[in-house]
Design a protein around this ligand. Structure first.
Ligand code: ZN
Length: 236
């Protein structure tokens, strides 16, 4: 039955001018949210999936390559994309051939140069950049593999992004001063806000920082952890 399904699919894919190869089958399997190519073959054998579904698949592929085209920056058409002011141009490139594209940052996570990142093609808002550690990353990759783009940092010098950190430790005299000293003096970073809670001798601080890159953040973490009484520092 699997073999029969395979032949049916092969024939239908040929009609739809799709190549019958592992890559295409893999994409199709993910598109229909199936666990294996066996399952895909069976669905074509028993009629659960048909030529109409192949059409949906090719249209889906078409939509995303269209979106890709639309957000790809060509030197002559730059002006057309300048209406998205919050976008940082050319700090990140996408795809195997490192294309410049118009993008914005996803709201579910934060990224700074040095973080592993990826692009995700959304239908209404173009390309969104996510952190590999984003809580949604696993789901996006598993379900919408064909919409995930490899992404890479370039020109990171002019980058600044707001990062939230949580710091916990002993509530002692001078603790806040020591923290501020590390951030403002040693690391010369902009502290955008800080809130402190204190409970039974334990303090918990939430700090918003403007960070340039991962190296700067890692060094800040190291220095904060070295402060007498600090027990934990965490990026949120
Ligand atoms: Zn995210």
């Amino acid at each position: 039955m699997v073999e029969e399904g395979k032949e049916i699919l092969q024939r239908k894919m040929r009609h739809a001018k799709l190549n019958f190869n592992d890559e295409e089958l893999n994409k199709m399997q993910k598109f229909f949210e199936l666990k294996s190519s066996q399952e895909l073959f069976l669905k074509f054998q028993n009629g659960d999936l048909d030529i109409g579904d192949i059409k949906k698949y090719t249209e889906g592929k078409g939509i995303f390559s269209n979106i890709m085209q639309r957000f790809r920056k060509s030197p002559t058409k730059n002006v057309a994309f300048s209406e998205t002011p919050e976008t940082n141009l050319d700090m990140i490139v996408f795809g195997k051939d490192e294309q410049s594209m118009t993008y914005s940052y996803a709201k579910c996570c934060t990224v700074i140069p040095g973080d592993k990142i990826f692009g995700f093609i959304t239908i209404s808002e173009g390309i969104k950049v996510h952190n590999d550690n984003c809580p949604n990353a696993i789901n996006l990759r598993a379900q919408y593999d064909y919409r995930v783009l490899p992404a890479k940092w370039v020109n990171e010098e002019s980058f600044k992004n707001r990062i939230k950190i949580e710091i916990e430790g002993l509530d002692r005299m001078g603790m806040i001063n020591d923290i501020t000293a590390v951030i403002s003096n040693n690391m010369n970073m902009d502290m955008k806000s800080m809130s402190i809670e204190s409970n039974n001798g334990v303090f918990l601080g939430n700090i918003n920082l403007e960070v340039r890159n991962r190296i700067q953040l890692d060094e800040t973490f190291k220095q904060l952890k070295n402060i007498n009484g600090v027990s934990r520092v965490k990026r949120m």
